[in-house]
Design a binder for this molecule. Structure first.
Ligand code: G6P
Length: 365
């Protein structure tokens, strides 16, 4: 397939901008179109005791978000692991386990080896891939496609949001199978997913505001990312994106862990990006943020309008994101994290699409 930058300076910015379209396409395929059958044909989750989600890199963080969704909505215990650890620790795979492997390329060596380890042990092996004819798709018992189109940028963007899209739909399907969440609530969440492409478009409108923050972030040597609940894995992903392409040292932490170590790093030179839609735990996150500000850390608060109204005092920057159900906020806040990394890298003049030492697909160990 021939792909070009369609007027963008980098593939990464093109792929960030494509997200409303590819996510919209994905959601209609799975809710109303040809992929509805593939979703319906996944195992009956009423009979599943445990899910194991395994991947590498950004795909692993998609699994980490999905753990919050599946446990909350479907009430199935979910274990997550990076493939390089999973494959060698010989984890016991008990009866009633479904193993799920997420991979953009479908060729990552560690993920494929972890899948092979589960063959003959797990009740069912499910793959979530972008490349339909890949090894991981072929060797799984069944595969769900993410339909993100070709992704060229080494730092994954649209594949991540579409992985989240498929995993959210899978969580809703599992919840329905188990009767673990009332049908009206599941319908409401399906409605939220249908609105998500529009929300991503609104998030993209923040591009200039984010570029302005990034021009200052580019001066930093260390950046912390904080989040709670499903925003915790997004903090990990935000830190990964930033370090991958801007070469600034960045760490993601669960907001509540701040006091157990990372706060020692905070001084007046440390930007701390707080990913916090106004959810049930927002006040707790605000108090973590205040601990950062008391040590003169520079808080970049990424929140919604209500969150900004109550908590923007004393921040370095506050970015107001479109309203979204906090459960699915990782999908739209991912766009902000990607743009922040992108513009920081552009400000630093690094090779955004081909960062040093990294490969798009790691097919050897
Ligand atoms: C590499 C890429 C990452 C990707 C990871 C997993 O490290 O640079 O962007 O997240 O591999 O790749 P996969 O194709 O399995 O999703």
């Amino acid at each position: 397939v021939q792909v070009d930058k369609s007027g963008h300076r980098h593939f990464m910015s093109k792929e960030i901008a494509e997200q409303p379209t590819v996510l919209g396409d994905l959601i209609s395929r799975y809710l109303d179109g040809a992929e509805a059958e593939a979703l319906a044909a996944t195992p009956d989750f009423a009979k599943v005791d445990r899910l194991v989600l395994v991947a590498c890199g950004t795909a692993f963080y998609a699994c980490h978000v999905a753990k919050y969704w599946i446990e909350k909505l479907a009430r199935i215990p979910v274990e997550i692991d990076v493939a390089s650890e999973f494959r060698y620790r010989e984890p016991p795979i008990t009866a009633g386990t479904v193993a799920l492997f997420v991979s953009q390329s479908g060729e990552t060596a560690d993920t494929l080896a972890a899948l092979r380890y589960c063959q003959g042990k797990a009740d069912h092996i499910l793959a979530v891939v972008n490349v339909a004819e890949s090894s991981i798709a072929r060797e799984a018992d069944s595969a769900l496609q993410i339909h993100a189109g070709v992704e060229v940028g080494v730092a994954s963007t649209k594949a991540f949001t579409n992985q989240l899209g498929v995993l959210a739909l899978l969580a809703l399907k599992a919840a329905a199978d188990r009767g673990a969440t009332p049908p009206e609530e599941l319908e409401r969440l399906r409605g939220t997913l249908r609105q998500m492409p529009g929300i991503l478009s609104q998030a993209l409108v923040r591009d200039e505001a984010i570029a302005a923050i990034a021009s200052q972030l580019a001066e930093a040597t260390d950046v912390l990312f904080l989040g709670r609940g499903p925003m915790y894995p997004l903090a990990l992903e935000g830190a990964l994106k930033l370090k991958e392409i801007s070469y600034i040292h960045a760490e993601g932490y669960a907001s509540g862990e701040l006091k157990h170590g990372p706060i020692a790093l905070v001084d007046d030179k440390t930007p701390v990006v707080v990913l916090a839609p106004r959810d049930a735990l927002f006040d707790k996150t605000v108090s973590n943020m205040q601990e950062v500000m008391a040590r003169h850390g520079k808080v970049v608060l990424i929140t919604d309008r209500k969150g900004a109204e109550t908590a923007s005092d004393g921040t370095w920057h506050t970015l107001v994101m479109p309203e979204v159900d906090p459960l699915f906020a990782p999908i739209s806040y991912a766009v902000a994290a990607q743009l922040l990394a992108y513009h920081t890298a552009v400000a630093k003049g690094t090779d955004v699409d081909q960062p040093r030492n990294l490969a798009k697909s790691v097919t050897v160990e």
